[in-house]
Ligand binder design. Structure first.
Ligand SMILES: Nc1ncnc2c1ncn2[C@@H]1O[C@H](COP(=O)(O)OP(=O)(O)OP(=O)(O)O)[C@@H](O)[C@H]1O
Ligand SMILES: [Mg+2]
Length: 259
């Protein structure tokens, strides 16, 4: 299987000297094309920190993250931006859009950055907003939506450039269960078409829908179900070994995905 993300010895320290806090401690993790991976763990364990690093939105203190074999820590800023815009979709609430632009403009933005012409941008963004059930809100200011509607705009924006990897941090956090189920279906539909899905969630049901669960505790991976064939994968700190055969459980887990 093709490795899309290869993390080696990843460390993230926030702050300096006496205020320094090590949020990630020498993580190793391989993610393969087409996987759906749930990152789980208690509040403050380092899940969002890991997601931000994987999505190249923040830089590690040490260690490397390879994306499709390319060492991201060696890329210049514009190459990083290009990689993010062309290959990644984000569902992060704290990276919410331009509040004074319309819903449609917000969803068109990744395509604009990618150089898609306006007519095509409009067409694709309208389609994505239709998919998330916001076709009646195209002309609204993003700020004038409810929390759940904003979340759906984020999903539309994440899907619009047909990304190879989607990063979603608590994608259903603010939603009622019906809307949440719709969002989950959209994410897994993309996954079925080959998009790699990485989801941070506290929702056990959502975590179970993923073909792999990675548990973080105090900045370390303490469990990785990736290698179902290796019993040792349940032991703490065995992540580098267990990740190798991670894609094997994909098909069986996906069958259980919600409709
Ligand atoms: N900018 C920062 N400066 C200092 N410490 C930080 C910073 N961001 C996060 N932390 C600390 O790093 C740890 C991990 O934070 P992170 O946001 O990754 O947790 P999380 O697992 O996503 O938690 P939650 O489930 O509550 O979202 C926390 O203890 C947090 O206080
Ligand atoms: Mg978080």
């Amino acid at each position: 299987m093709e490795k899309v993300i290869e993390v080696k010895n990843l460390v993230k320290v926030y702050g300096k000297r006496s205020a320094a806090f090590t949020a990630l401690k020498h993580l190793n993790l391989d993610i393969y094309k087409g996987e759906s991976v749930a990152i789980i763990g208690k509040s403050g364990s380092g899940k969002s920190t890991l997601m931000h690093l994987l999505a190249l939105l923040d830089k590690p203190t040490s260690g490397t993250i390879k994306i499709n074999g390319i060492d991201s820590t060696k890329l210049r800023a514009h190459k990083l931006n290009q990689l993010r815009n062309q290959s990644f979709g984000f569902v992060f609430q704290q990276f919410f859009m331009n509040p004074n632009d319309t819903v449609l403009e917000n969803v068109m933005l990744p395509l604009k950055i990618a150089g898609v012409r306006r007519k095509k941008r409009k067409e694709l963004a309208t389609k994505a907003l239709h998919t998330v059930g916001l076709e009646e809100r195209l002309k609204f200011k993003a700020n004038d939506l409810s929390g759940g509607q904003k979340q759906r705009v984020c999903i539309a924006r994440a899907l619009v450039n047909d990304p190879s990897i989607i990063f979603a941090d608590e994608p259903t956090g603010n939603l009622d269960s019906t809307t949440g189920d719709k969002i989950i279906k959209l994410l897994f539909d993309a996954n079925k078409k080959g998009t790699t899905l990485i989801i941070v969630t506290h929702d056990e049901d959502l975590a179970k829908l993923c073909n792999r669960q990675v548990r973080i505790m105090d900045g370390e991976i303490v469990e990785d179900t990736g290698a179902k064939s290796q019993k040792s994968s349940k032991k703490p700190n065995s992540q580098s070994k267990s990740a190798k055969t991670s894609a094997s459980g994909a098909k069986s887990a996906k069958k259980g995905a919600k409709k």
